[in-house]
Design a protein around this ligand. Structure first.
Ligand code: 3HC
Ligand code: NAI
Length: 709
């Protein structure tokens, strides 16, 4: 039946129903071969008199995972997905879609073009194009509103959220919830029923959910007002609303043409390139060399040493993944605080109605506390989160070595300390690894997996497997001061400090960085994290600081006054009455002015553009060093670190992708210009120089087998 057809689309006659199975692993993305196969299948169905209905199903885990994201930005290949959808809808024989697994984006649009829809209870439906900087461009913006109304359609398209089959049924997105668990069987049963009833071809283009114009217009206006109230900097949401407006105002075919135009605008936008890069990059970081080559050690029970900010958050992350957790603290009082820190998180969920009290109690029953390290004798993994002091850490690891069973993974959450030294301090360095969580550890997605010299490959594989279980985004990092993220932060924060001393206020810098797309600026971030931690680090490193390097002391002056940020009510900002968002502080401006004078600086004006350029150039340059020195495997690992741990705007793809988009020669020219005033700080990274010389970009190093040399 499939003679010369597409290898990705299998046609099979079941009595008078043509079953069309899309088989394009892993997620049945609608690449050109699949699209061609679908058209051929529709033609076949039309041509064969014995076929009375067509059933569309997906092979494997999913119905259809959407358009093939790898094709975006490439020359278009016929047939286009909108044409395939139109062909399905135009069929003179009823087409039924039976969905299981993911039915997303273009995949759901195919189903919307079918005449009847059935979904297994486990199916996940959605129009997540907005997350890639796009809009549903295969008729989705025209068909979904006609089927479920503007409000529900806009909610799906603007949030990109996946909904379960039951919700899809309630919305009218599907006609029936299947009882069984085989999409083909359920679809065949439904198709037979429809044929027996003589059910007609029923086209979504003729559906009437937009009939009440006034209500629909109100929903569109509300969505537009909402976007204006909460500006996200994203390009495609506004175009999505425009497309739904077209669905209301225009005949179906004219609406499709408008959708096409808006889709192409999104496709061509740099945001689409940034978001698609982020999508693939965060999947690539999970595939470290050790993953798939070494077998992860089983983890059935975990321990956490330290129940402070990080230890408690890490304990929650482990509990959420279903593991029993044993927490060790210095004394009973500290242990009680550690337990309270954990309980507080779950109490908060109960108070918000997101968890029942019974579920909280069940989770907390898996938490155990002790002041004796012996309680860790049976755990498979320990994560240490005690004070950031090498002697304290070494003493803890000596205890772990003494009590833990052979083969237990011993991890440190240190932010800056030398993981090689911590490992070498034990008799089992092959079991020691860095697991650098971000605060709050149960919320933040990033997990830097810090790989010391002597660690066993299966311990690295275990760390990646743990990240998967914790639903974290892992990035493999080498050992150095600050690993990938904190090392880069130290450098671009210095660039900001230089600007502050040279004349920009911290408030202007924060505002310029927010306008670039960050949720908060560097000085708001410093106030949030607490100035005391950085101050202690600076004091510790004072003796080894390069005397030729510029050192801005403004933050030290604030810390000397006890202005540590939000927790003390003032830092770079004031926080009157515990206000979450700070207000500018004239006294801080006076401190800055005095420091400028002390340093002999005549303040000058900075444009927001210059602020962003300097901040980003410092970040990109250090990112290049981090890659060149093997601390990050590839530029994309730097991107994912900054996206998930440091608030870099996702629609810009990460600093290295951003550098590629503005062009590396431009970045290098900026650095050379800045170096005229400060050649010590602004030293072009050797990798950046080499790439510019070769006319290459960072992305060339993301390709498998690429080398830096
Ligand atoms: N196109 C191309 N490749 C895709 C893809 C797609 N739509 N969706 C997933 N993949 C790839 C992934 O990159 C990954 O590849 P790898 O193994 O080489 O790393 C592989 O498929 C498996 O993906 P996941 O690791 O994400 O698998 P999960 O099982 O965790 O999740 C999923 C499956 C829910 C389908 C998830 O992959 C997903 O959300 N995919 C994107 C869905 C999407 O955004 N679709 C809309 C596309 S835009 C569109 O349709 C435009 C249209 O309106 C015209
Ligand atoms: P914290 O001060 O809030 O907590 C440390 C806890 O360790 C305290 O409760 C203390 O009682 C306990 N502790 C100290 N010595 C101990 C010992 N010998 N045995 C058992 N418990 C002991 O510190 P925080 O912020 O949680 O930091 C912990 C570690 O995590 C540090 O290494 C830090 O650098 C790192 N880190 C911190 C981040 C942050 O944002 N706070 C982010 C990522 C890593």
């Amino acid at each position: 039946m499939n003679a010369a057809g597409s290898p990705f689309v299998v046609r099979e006659l079941h009595d008078d129903i043509l079953v069309v199975t899309i088989n394009h692993p892993p997620v049945n993305a609608l690449g050109s071969g699949v699209r061609r196969g679908l058209l051929e299948a529709l033609d076949t169905a039309e041509a064969l008199p014995q076929v009375r209905a067509v059933l569309l199903v997906g092979a494997g885990r999913d119905f259809l995972g959407g358009a093939d994201i790898r094709e975006f930005g490439q020359p278009p290949q016929a047939p286009a997905l909108p044409d395939v959808c139109n062909r399905i809808e135009a069929s003179t024989k009823p087409v039924i879609a039976a969905m299981h697994g993911a039915a997303l984006g273009g995949g759901l649009e195919v189903a919307l073009a079918a005449h009847y829809r059935v979904a297994l209870p486990s199916a996940k439906l959605g129009l997540p194009e907005v997350l890639l900087g796009l809009l549903p461009g295969a008729g989705g913006t025209q068909r979904a509103p006609r089927l479920v109304g503007a409000q529900a359609a806009l909610d799906l398209m603007l949030s990109g959220r996946h909904i379960g089959a039951a919700e899809a049924l309630a919305l009218g997105l599907v006609d029936r919830l299947a009882a069984g668990d085989l999409a083909q069987d359920e679809g065949l049963a439904y198709a037979r029923e429809l044929l027996a009833q003589g059910a007609p071809v029923r086209r979504t283009r003729d559906a009437a959910a937009l009939a009440d114009r006034a209500a629909q217009q109100a929903a569109i206006d509300a969505a537009r007002a909402d976007l204006a109230r909460k500006p996200s900097g994203l390009f495609s949401p506004g175009r999505i609303v425009d497309a739904v407006q077209a669905a209301l105002d225009l005949p179906f075919d004219a609406g499709l043409a408008r959708e096409r135009q808006l889709f192409v605008e999104c496709l061509d936008s740099p945001q689409r390139a940034g978001l698609v890069h982020a999508f693939f990059a965060e999947r690539a970081t999970a595939k470290a060399p050790e993953v798939g080559t070494a077998r992860p050690r089983p983890i059935h029970a975990a321990g956490v040493v330290g129940g402070g900010t990080m230890g408690a958050g890490i304990a929650v992350a482990l509990l959420d993944a279903g593991l029993p957790v044993t927490m060790i603290e210095r004394d009973e009082a500290a242990l009680a605080r550690g337990r309270a820190n954990v309980t507080k998180v779950y109490d908060g969920l109960v108070a918000k109605g997101r968890m029942t009290a019974a579920a909280r109690d069940a989770v907390l029953a898996r938490w155990h506390g002790s002041t004796a390290f012996e309680a860790l004798a049976d755990v498979d993994l320990v994560i240490e989160a005690v004070f950031e002091e090498i002697d304290v850490k070494l003493a803890v690891f000596a205890q772990l070595e003494r009590v833990c069973k052979p083969g237990a993974v011993l991890a440190t959450n240190t932010s800056y300390l030398d993981v090689n030294r911590i490992a070498a301090g034990t008799a089992r360095p092959a079991d020691v690894i860095g697991l650098h969580f971000f605060s709050p550890a149960h919320v933040m997605k990033l997990l830097e997996i810090v790989v010391p010299a002597q660690v066993a490959p299966d311990v690295v594989a275990t760390a990646f497997e743990l990240a998967r279980r914790l639903r974290k985004t892992p990035v493999r990092a080498g050992v150095c001061d600050g690993f990938i993220g904190n090392r880069m932060l130290a450098v671009y924060r210095q660039a900001a400090d230089h600007m502050m001393e040279d004349g920009a206020s911290p408030y202007q810098i924060d505002q310029a960085i927010r306008a670039f797309g960050y949720p908060i600026g560097p000085y708001q971030m410093a106030d949030l994290a607490g100035g005391d931690i950085g101050w202690a680090t600076r004091k510790r490193k004072a003796a080894t600081r390069d005397p030729a390097a510029r050192y801005v002391q403004i933050a030290d002056r604030l810390c000397e006054r006890g202005w540590f940020g939000q927790k003390t009510g003032r830092g770079f900002y004031r926080y009157p009455d515990g206000a979450r968002h700070g207000v500018p502080d004239p006294e801080v401006e006076a401190v800055i002015a005095a420091e400028r004078q002390r340093a002999g600086v005549t303040p000058r004006a900075f444009s927001d553009d210059e602020i962003v350029r300097r901040y980003l150039a410092a970040m990109i340059n250090e990112g290049a060093n981090v890659v060149d020195q093997g601390i990050a495997l590839r530029p994309l690992d730097v991107d994912v670190t900054l996206l998930h741990g440091y608030g870099f705007p996702r629609y810009r793809g990460g600093p290295m992708k951003y550098a590629d988009m503005i062009g590396l020669p431009q970045v290098l020219a900026d650095i050379r210009r800045f170096a005229q005033d400060d050649p010590v700080f602004w030293r072009p990274a050797p990798l950046l120089l080499r790439l510019v010389e070769r006319g290459a970009n960072f992305d060339s190093l993301n390709q498998p087998g690429a080398t830096h040399a």
